[in-house]
Write a protein that binds this ligand. Structure first.
Ligand code: SF4
Length: 367
């Protein structure tokens, strides 16, 4: 396995370069490129070509390598399939939005949580990602944004907001971040310190690991918290999210309110709207009936929260069905009537397989 230079400390990088018979200052040049997210040595233009070729034979730049890059037809979303040093694969998504550039990162290779609607868990959990492996996903996105700026891509109407650097992070890709809490905390601290991404521009999404939320409370940084709720009762939630057998809905929400109250933050509630096919092949509402909307309103009444309704992206291996736009809006209308802040998450990059874990899964099937 080739050594990964990004993982070296400065003295280690210096020794590596001197052992190659090179002057010490090359280590500093290399470090600058690594910190900018150079995905390969060929990009390092101020390093002599002979040294770049030699480095390419014996070392790797970042802990992740791009296997596939897909761009949505509107140019707003770029999805990366990345490979880790041991061959495991993860996904990360760059979204150019009107409020800035947001990157959705993975925290684990695979996921053990077994949510019934999700593609990321179908191959089980392979392993936790290190802080460097999570951070490198941001660097890959940053490099992409800077490439946008020097390419002839048109400047988008919102100018600076979506032509700058990475401004927001969502930890909502493959994996349950609070099953890898210390590495995720290490990653967030670094993104804040080295890339200047403010706490309030970082969102961590969990399926509801109460011990992990308690750890975040103790860590005491004002990041945003999102809870993947997806059902308003324990009975229904346990059917689609096995974690609910361990942490009940009320315990998850109590912990989440404790976290957000500490920082006076709004809690994000993620709710995927699912349908099922009946025996006649018709789509019927699964967790999205008017009764479910009323029950959800009761749970959240008077609380400082925002419900993100997420139309489900079909995953072949899962036997749910996508709902019509009308069904989604009817569910939203009930929440709004009950005074619950609600929005429908805009579907991004549907033409590049936007369901979480879908790209990784398809690639594994084709191997
Ligand atoms: S929804 Fe999140 S927690 Fe649940 S299986 Fe998928 S990646 Fe894991």
């Amino acid at each position: 396995m080739k050594p990964i230079l990004f993982n070296f400390s400065d003295p280690e990088l210096e020794k590596f370069i001197i052992d190659m018979g090179q002057p010490k200052f090359r280590a500093k040049q290399l470090r600058e490129w690594l910190n900018r997210g150079a995905p390969d040595f060929a990009s390092m233009k101020n390093i002599p070509e002979s040294l770049r070729t030699e480095l390419d034979c014996i070392a790797q730049t970042l802990p992740v390598k791009i296997v596939k890059k897909l761009e949505s037809s509107d140019g707003e979303t770029t999805k990366f399939l990345l490979e880790l040093h041991d061959g495991e694969q993860i996904e990360c998504v760059l979204m150019r939005t009107t409020y800035g550039n947001s990157v959705c990162v993975s925290s684990q290779a695979g996921c053990a949580m077994g949510c019934r609607f999700c593609a990321s868990t179908l191959l089980g959990l392979k392993r936790n990602l290190t802080p460097n492996e999570i951070y490198s996903q941001i660097l890959i996105a940053q490099w992409e944004l800077r490439s946008d700026r020097i390419s002839d891509k048109p400047i988008r109407p919102n100018g600076d907001a979506n032509n700058g650097d990475v401004s927001h992070i969502v930890i909502m890709g493959t994996g349950e971040p609070l099953q890898n809490t210390e590495n995720v905390i290490g990653f967030i601290e670094r993104a804040n310190r080295e890339m200047g991404i403010g706490w309030r521009r970082i969102t961590l999404s969990t399926c509801g690991i109460v011990d992990g939320i308690d750890r975040l409370i103790e860590w005491n940084r004002p990041i945003n918290l999102a809870i993947s709720l997806h059902a308003p009762t324990d009975e229904l939630r346990s059917q689609i999210m096995p974690i609910n057998n361990r942490y009940k809905l009320s315990d998850v929400l109590d912990a989440a309110w404790r976290f957000t109250d500490n920082h006076n933050r709004q809690l994000m509630i993620e709710y995927i709207l699912l349908g099922k096919r009946n025996e006649n092949g018709e789509t019927v509402l699964y967790n999205a009936t008017p009764e479910h909307a009323e029950k959800l309103s009761e749970l959240l009444h008077g609380k400082n929260c925002m419900v993100n309704l997420i139309p489900w992206n079909a995953v072949d291996e899962r036997d749910f069905a996508s709902l019509s736009g009308n069904a989604v809006h009817r569910f939203q209308d009930i929440l709004i009537k009950n005074g619950i802040h609600t929005r429908i998450r805009r579907e991004r990059g549907t033409d590049i397989g936007s369901a979480c874990g879908q790209l990784r899964l398809n690639n594994a099937k084709n191997k």
